[in-house]
Design a protein around this ligand. Structure first.
Ligand code: CDV
Length: 319
């Protein structure tokens, strides 16, 4: 099965939805020419990553969200994908009919129908603005996802979705592997710089790949990880999109921080082989010893969070 990651350069406030659609369709056409059946776009793909700054005006904030699905904002992408028979995964800011706000991702199958939806579980950063070069305000703008880690049988495989910070948590991949996902599609927006921890700035790209390679290997699955790259609204993001095999090996890697398609012809039998001969869950997992993983989070853990410092007058509730 040939799969692809459609990395995107910056999406800025000055870019219209039509301009963004045009770029996404161009990436789709490139993928189609290479025989791609499944193409994955980044987290919050069609808008700037607005949790990087403070938005006081509610109307302005809501302008970044799509009601239910992202299909209306970038309609040409989904229309063309269905014409070409390509399934698309895309991240977007979701507003529900009840006014709930989530950081979501959707799989539109090769007919353009919603086959799977996921709402981000691990929201990084802070609920209040920090004194920092850029903000990490996902806890302010989104609720924690309420769908768990769903999977879907699609064509001759089983797919799961995850979003950005989810990829750093072992539980994400393990939940999806336990549901027998064979491919995990992950969109992300990762700044080169971590304002509250500058000493890890030189490790950002290493940690990006480390997380996805470990997740793929320890759970015998394929990972398609796709980010935005370049300077978006003053924040430089890493790009570094990859396709990772169940062996943990990177089989495709983006070479730029701009719009770029990477593809790989992936062997789904590798999943079966690694699940049989390396990480055989039935034979070797010992869940009777893993109870602490599902116990409620001990509140003392949050004492360790380092903050840059809340802005005067804000009520900093930490990460
Ligand atoms: N969008 C993200 O979830 N970004 C985080 C950053 C803030 C660390 C990430 O894990 O890449």
């Amino acid at each position: 099965m040939i799969v692809g990651a459609a990395q995107m350069g910056p999406v800025e406030r000055r870019h219209t939805a039509d301009e963004v659609s045009e770029r996404m369709v161009a990436l789709l056409e490139k993928a189609s020419a290479r025989g791609v059946e499944l193409l994955v776009f980044p987290e919050l793909a069609s808008v700037p990553f607005f949790p990087h700054w403070v938005i006081e005006d509610r109307e302005e904030l809501l302008s970044y969200y799509d009601l239910d699905t992202p299909f209306a904002r970038v309609a040409p992408l989904f229309t063309r994908a269905a014409e070409l028979g390509i399934a698309v995964v895309m991240g977007y800011a979701e507003r529900t009919n009840e006014g709930r706000l989530f950081n979501s991702s959707v799989l539109a199958d090769e007919h353009g129908d919603v086959a799977l939806k996921y709402r981000k579980v691990h929201l990084p950063g802070f609920g209040e603005p920090q004194r920092a070069e850029h903000q990490l305000l996902e806890k302010r703008y989104f609720e924690v996802g309420d769908l768990g880690f769903p999977v879907v049988d699609w064509k001759r495989t089983r797919l799961g979705l995850a979003i950005c910070n989810d990829r750093r948590w072992a539980e994400t991949y393990r939940m999806l592997a336990l549901a027998r996902a064979e491919i995990v599609c992950i969109g992300y927006n990762t700044p080169v710089k971590t304002p509250h921890l500058p000493e890890i700035d030189t490790l950002t790209e290493f940690h990006n790949h480390l997380s996805m390679q470990a997740g793929a290997y320890q759970n015998s699955l394929w990972v398609i990880g796709v980010g935005k790259g370049g300077v978006e609204e003053g924040v430089e993001q890493i790009g570094g999109s990859v396709i990772v095999a169940p062996s943990g090996e990177i089989v495709a890697l983006a070479s730029s921080r701009d719009d770029e398609v990477i593809t790989a012809d992936i062997d789904l039998d590798m999943v079966k082989k690694y699940r049989r001969d390396v990480f055989n869950f039935a034979h070797h997992r010992r869940p009777e010893h893993y109870g602490a993983i599902t116990a409620p989070v001990d509140p003392r853990w949050s004492d360790d969070v380092r903050r840059v410092g809340a802005l005067p007058g804000s009520d900093d509730d930490g990460a």
